[in-house]
Structure formats: structure tokens, C-alpha cells
Design a protein. Structure first.
Ligand code: FAD
Length: 375
């Protein structure tokens, strides 16, 4: 049986993980990224236990763990600094606080030369019963048995699956960035912290082996801020948002020299995300707000689900495998999209962070996908 030829559009966390997973399932893979070189915003992402389980099976967990900051327990506080308790992770313990460039470079380094093609912006897609074809702005075009749109919340490939619709603005922006941990000498290098109330939230956790501290400040947005997806932010404006809050939080913010701000958008669950030989993955399939810390984690789960269902198929079997992948993933990701909106609406002192996360953290996507494959 000849191996399935897979083209992945988008070299973010989802696309690169899908490349590793599909290769381990025997597919011939090419990843096509629009940017001239791989890059990620200089901020953090927490990889939770279910995502780490996938990365372990793909052979990159050791390097990820080496580069991570440990997010063992999140101490949540009200604006005045009094404790609200902390969420616990399910089986598998803590999450890994990753500096995004570290994660993307680790995933890319695990791929053999010749798999990743930067400087390729996908502009057109077509398919017939036998194959699919993707063309790029540099004149290159490639044929494949399956195409994976891992091209993020603004996905162009999504338009080949559903009617185009604009993403939904949440009414908030995030100030994001990192600062050297040695600017906060009395802060433990393995501690995460969260402050919540008055329609705002501030989260910090260590990344880059504890040498950097990631921060995200969620605040309501005015019209002018809404218009930009990502723009330089002003540390003084961030400090003003949290003036009068816990002195410990203000101590951290006072040491921030650079930040950027990020408009927070998501989408309603798509009615479907597969058509023939084309499917979607990650934010392209199920863009969600960051309030459960699950966007990247779900893209990692998608990657393992897709690969498990494609394993053992030939080109003719691809459309059926993609339908099964969507069937397995759609309800779970729709629930997490909804949960992320609900959690975003809880920026008040009623917020109880000790929710049971076991349904999220204990989930084993490979086992679920294997059961779907055998069904
Ligand atoms: P992306 O990372 O958007 O990657 C898409 C890639 O496709 C990009 O490299 C892009 O250049 C490329 N591309 C786009 N168009 C084309 C084209 N036409 N041709 C070729 N290439 C193209 N998630 C978590 O799990 N944990 C967290 O702690 C967390 N924190 C977050 C905090 C904030 C403030 C925000 C905003 C998000 C957070 N997320 C978190 C969500 C997470 O960042 C995203 O869900 C995740 O990065 C999505 O990955 P992706 O690969 O699907 O898409």
C-alpha cells in the first residue's frame, strides 16, 4: 500500500504537531508556512497534561520538559490579594509553561529536513475525487491525497469548507509578554499566579526553564483597541489597568519593560470542518478564547486524532478517515469553545478556580481515536 501524501498549510503549534503525528502514522508530509521563517509571538503557552501525553508519544516531551517552566499550582487571588484557592490538574499533574518560540522550534527540529517549507502562502485550493491541489503565492503548487488547513483563526482554507464569517470579538484584549525572572528575585521560579475581578484577570507563570516569566493581563477593550489584532502595548497603560490592586501584582507589572496587546476573538462552532480531501485543525477548525488555556492543547489533540484515523489507510480511504476525525473532535472542541467563553465571563469575585479539570486533563485522545478507528 503506498503512503498517503499529506499537505499541511500552516506551521504553527497545530500544523507542526500534525506533521510529526502524520509522519509517525506512515504518511508522506509537507508543511507549508506563509512566513519566511518560523516565528511565534514572544509569550507563553501552558501545555496541559492531555497535550503533554501526545507530545510524549511523539518523542518531544523530554525536550519540552527541559525548556518548560512548571505550572504546578495556580494560586488565585482577588484584586486586594486575598486568596480564592487554586485549580488542580487531573492525572498527570502539572502543566508545562512554554515560551512559544521554544515549543515551535522543538516541534520543527523533530522533523527531518525537507518537510517544512517556509515562504509559501496558500492562495488557492481545488480537489476532485482522486486528489487535491494547493497553490501558493510564489507560483508553487502541490498535489496531495489530503490537505490539512492548520492556518489559524483567519484560515483561508476554512472558506473551502464553510461560508466565510468574521470571527467574534470578546470585548477584551490581552496584554502579553515575558520578563526575565531575575527581575523578581523573591518570586519562586515554579509558581503560577492569577488575580481576578472587576472584569479583568492577570495570569503569570514561568517559561524557558524558569528564566523568563510569562504574563497576560486581560482587560475590557475600547473601539480603538478592538481594531488591532496585535500591536505594541504600553506598560504604563497596563499598570493603570491594575492600579490599586494587590501590591505584589503591581510589583510585577512595574518591572515590565515591553508588552504587546492582542484582540481576543473566537468563533461559534463550525457546522462542519471537512470537505472531501480537505479538513481543518486547531484554530482554523475551532478558534476559542484563551480562558481555559486550551487552544494550543486542542490543536495538539487534533493532530494525534487525525494521524490515528489516517493510519493504515490509502489515498482512497482518506475522505472517510477525515470524516471520522471531525466526528471525534467536533463535540469536544465545541464544549471547550463554550467553556472558554463562560470562563471569560467570570472575571469577578464569584469566580471559583477550583473547577474539576479531570475531563480535560485525563483525556487520552490516542485511545479515543483508536476506538473510533476500530468502530
Ligand atoms: P496558529 O498558531 O495561528 O498558526 C497558524 C499558522 O498558519 C501561522 O504560522 C500562520 O503564519 C500560518 N498561515 C496562516 N495563513 C496561511 C496561509 N494562507 N498559507 C500558509 N500559512 C498560513 N492555548 C493553550 O493551549 N494554552 C495557553 O496557555 C494559551 N494561552 C493563550 C493566551 C492568549 C492571550 C491567546 C490569544 C491564546 C492562547 N492560547 C493558548 C491559544 C493558542 O495560542 C492557539 O489556540 C494556538 O496557537 C493555535 O495554533 P494553530 O496552529 O491552530 O494556529
Amino acid at each position: 500500500m503506498s503512503s498517503v501524501r499529506a499537505v499541511i498549510v500552516g506551521g504553527g503549534i497545530g500544523g507542526l504537531t500534525a506533521a510529526l503525528a502524520l509522519r509517525s502514522a506512515g504518511a508522506e508530509v509537507g508543511v507549508y508556512e506563509q512566513a519566511p521563517y518560523l516565528g511565534e509571538v514572544g509569550a507563553g503557552v501552558a501545555i496541559a497534561p492531555a497535550g503533554m501525553r501526545v507530545l510524549r508519544r511523539l518523542g518531544v516531551a523530554e525536550e519540552v520538559t527541559r525548556l518548560a517552566g512548571t505550572v504546578a499550582a495556580v494560586e488565585a487571588r482577588r484584586p486586594d490579594g486575598t486568596s480564592m484557592g487554586g485549580p488542580s490538574f487531573g492525572a498527570g499533574g502539572s502543566a508545562m509553561g512554554m515560551y512559544r518560540p521554544d515549543l515551535v522550534e522543538t516541534l520543527a527540529a523533530a522533523l527531518p529536513d525537507g518537510v517544512l517549507h517556509t515562504g509559501h502562502r496558500c492562495v488557492t485550493f481545488g480537489q476532485d475525487e482522486r486528489s487535491a491541489r494547493v497553490a501558493f503565492d510564489n507560483g508553487v503548487s502541490v498535489e496531495a491525497d489530503m490537505v490539512v488547513g492548520a492556518d489559524g483563526i483567519h484560515s483561508v482554507l476554512q472558506h473551502h469548507v464553510v461560508e466565510p464569517r468574521p470571527p467574534v470579538f470578546s470585548g477584551r484584549i490581552a496584554y502579553r509578554g515575558v520578563l526575565p525572572a531575575d527581575r523578581l528575585p523573591d518570586w519562586p521560579r515554579d509558581a503560577a499566579a492569577l488575580w481576578n475581578g472587576e472584569g479583568k484577570r492577570f495570569l503569570t507563570f514561568p517559561v524557558h526553564a524558569g528564566e523568563l516569566r510569562n504574563f497576560t493581563g486581560f482587560v475590557p477593550a475600547d473601539e480603538e483597541m478592538r481594531e488591532s489584532w496585535s500591536a505594541p502595548g504600553d506598560p504604563a497603560a497596563l499598570a493603570a489597568e491594575f492600579s490599586g490592586w494587590d501590591p505584589r501584582l503591581r510589583e510585577l507589572i512595574a518591572r515590565i519593560e515591553t508588552t504587546f496587546r492582542w484582540g481576543l476573538y473566537d468563533r461559534d462552532p463550525l457546522p462542519h470542518w471537512t470537505r472531501g480531501r480537505l479538513t481543518l485543525l486547531g484554530d482554523a477548525a475551532h478558534a476559542m478564547l484563551p480562558h481555559m488555556g486550551q487552544g494550543a492543547n486542542q490543536s495538539i489533540e487534533d493532530a494525534m486524532a487525525l494521524a490515528t484515523l489516517v493510519r493504515g489507510r490509502d489515498a482512497a480511504g482518506v475522505p472517510e478517515a477525515l470524516i471520522r476525525y471531525e466526528r471525534l473532535r467536533r463535540d469536544r472542541t465545541a464544549l471547550i469553545q463554550e467553556g472558554s467563553r463562560v470562563n471569560g465571563a467570570r472575571m469577578n469575585t464569584e469566580y471559583r478556580p477550583g473547577v474539576d479539570r479531570s475531563g480535560i486533563d485525563d483525556y487520552d485522545i490516542e485511545a479515543e481515536a483508536e476506538a473510533e478507528r476500530q468502530a
